[in-house]
Design a protein around this ligand. Structure first.
Ligand code: ATP
Length: 329
């Protein structure tokens, strides 16, 4: 069913920024131009939506953007948008600007906000998953995840050089409060000896056993990749203390990678992925779809209802865990 009523789209980025968000905005804007739709960029996510901070964008407004990390529309987290009053304000600004469809690029919080807004005002909204955490249900990948993996692997490669030179044990904390995807994939890619993720509590005893096995097998240095949300210790420093206090002869160092994982020029994979999602988001809104996220499952573009996307039961890949266990022996 085509929705010929849509004439003007608004696009925004919300929540944590991720590399490739610019490529997604560019694809949305150019797809609007291709389909003869007007497009406004909305600054600072839902904050800008409630303030009417809009700017008309055309195909040329998004030049030289595809290679840039972050989001030129800026992003924000907004407490006010969680209130009915805040969302009413946003609706008034959209009506005033004659915007009749929205594309929101962000994580599960962004989709929760979009779901509430779309249902309250029967407003067509399409979501695009933009977060480095890869923690969205219903899509195999999120924009920025691949770039973050490459950043983490590059950093751990450097740490390994020094770990090896000094026979040290390094604990490297990577992002992922609820999802261990970054830790697991980057851990395999960087050849980590042990990977600690929130979905699987290894426990302190097994961690120590594992380290002993490593040492007995002739390893002189080790890298342990720890996801932010891992439950083995209260935090990475506590795990480091525990190892030093429990095992003798370990020189333990901690590196917290932090926000370097969010930035940087997007990988080609993220640029292509973001471009596909942007174009397909506009196709979907023209078809009359709303309240859905555009994602990819088994290499095919799919529409997933927001209610499914925010379920948060992003399961860790057991096959990857097996590969990590075998290759770190
Ligand atoms: P990331 O995964 O990078 O943290 P995110 O999109 O999950 O990104 P959040 O800060 O959780 O980031 O959500 C973005 C914004 O969406 C929030 O600041 C808030 O304005 C809005 N939002 C989140 N949940 C709701 C909700 N239940 N109702 C209304 N708005 C919401």
């Amino acid at each position: 069913m085509s929705n010929n009523k849509i004439k003007k789209i608004g696009v925004l980025t919300s929540g944590g920024d991720s590399p490739g968000m610019n490529a997604a905005i560019r694809a949305v804007v150019r797809s609007c131009a291709f389909n003869n739709l007007l497009c406004d960029g909305i600054y600072r996510g839902y904050e800008g939506l409630m303030e009417g901070d809009f700017e008309p964008l055309n195909a040329r407004s998004v030049k030289n953007l595809i290679s840039r990390g972050g989001t030129f529309l800026k992003s924000a987290r907004s407490a006010e948008f969680r209130t009915k009053k805040g969302r009413e304000l946003a609706h008034q600004h959209l009506l005033k600007a004659s915007i009749d469809g929205l594309v929101v690029i962000g994580g599960d919080g962004t989709f929760r906000g979009a779901m509430a807004f779309g249902e309250e005002f029967h407003f067509p909204i399409i979501g695009i998953p933009g977060t480095i955490d890869n923690d969205i249900n219903g899509t195999d990948f999120t924009i920025g995840y691949d770039t973050a993996l490459n950043t983490v692997v590059g950093a751990i490669d450097k740490i390994r050089d020094t770990a090896h030179s000094h026979n040290r044990l390094f604990l490297v904390e990577v992002m992922g409060r609820d999802a261990g995807d970054i830790a697991l994939s980057a851990g395999i890619g960087a050849g980590a000896e042990i990977i600690l993720i929130p979905e699987q509590n290894l426990g302190k005893e097994r961690l120590i056993e594992s380290l002993k096995r490593s040492k007995n097998s002739g390893k002189t240095s080790s890298i342990i990749v720890v996801s932010e949300g891992d439950k083995v210790g209260k935090n990475i420093y506590q795990i480091a203390d525990y190892i030093e206090n429990t095992l003798t002869g370990y020189d333990v160092r901690v590196t917290v990678l932090g926000h370097v994982q969010r930035g940087g020029s997007p990988s080609c994979r993220d640029r292509v992925f973001a471009s596909r999602l942007g174009v397909n988001a506009i196709d979907a809104i023209i078809r009359g779809e709303h309240g859905v996220m555009i994602g990819v499952q088994n290499s095919k573009v799919v529409s997933v209802p927001f209610s499914e996307a925010v379920k948060g039961d992003n399961k860790i890949d057991k096959e990857l865990i097996r590969v990590a266990d075998i290759t770190s022996i």
